[in-house]
Design a protein around this ligand. Structure first.
Ligand code: FES
Ligand code: FES
Length: 177
């Protein structure tokens, strides 16, 4: 009986190609599987975290065509042809992205569960608005929940990343990239 059921479900799968972190992946996905589930369970990109599963915590945030999206709320089949960036896609040649480095330096990470979502929402913010005020930062990140830090160090890290990213590209990375 179980075997019949699993065959039936498999027949409903869709063949799609996802562009994740500049790599194309051909996948067979269930039509009701979320992007979060496919990233974590089929692509092994476990940096994207499952928190609430209902769009309220931001821990599953990824960038879809540069916009921050809760990946628990969108179906994988709906993002075929779009450019998806997860936390694994931010580092370059093994070096952390400047936003990640500023989160570390500002001690904006405790348990770290919320951090990938906060780093990606910061990337989206600074791509749109390279010089946000404190109020604009707080507004933009209000959909992301951190249960550890109290947010002060997160806002500090975002301000530090803002300053860092204003610098010419050569000076942004400690490694000189
Ligand atoms: S797990 Fe997606 S918003 Fe909480
Ligand atoms: S550092 Fe623990 S939830 Fe944010």
């Amino acid at each position: 009986m179980n075997e019949v059921k699993s065959l039936e479900v498999k027949e409903l799968n869709k063949e799609i190609e996802l562009n994740v972190n500049e790599e194309k992946h051909s996948l067979s996905v269930a039509p009701n599987h979320t992007l979060l589930s496919v990233l974590r369970n089929q692509l092994g990109l476990t940096g994207t975290k499952y928190g609430c599963g209902t769009g309220e915590c931001g821990s599953c945030t990824v960038l879809v065509d540069s916009k921050p999206i809760p990946s628990c709320l969108i179906l994988a089949v709906a993002v075929e042809g779009k450019r998806i960036v997860t936390i694994e896609g931010l580092s370059q040649n093994g070096n952390l992205h400047p936003i990640q480095e500023e989160f570390v330096k500002s001690m904006a990470i405790q348990c770290g569960y919320c951090t990938p979502g906060f780093v990606l929402i910061t990337k989206a913010l600074l791509d749109q608005n390279p010089n946000p005020t404190n109020e604009e930062i707080k507004q933009y990140i209000k959909g992301n929940i951190c249960r550890c830090t109290g947010y002060v160090t997160i806002v500090k890290a975002i301000n530090a990343a803002t300053e860092r990213l204003k610098k010419p590209k050569r000076q942004r990375y400690d490694s000189g990239i």
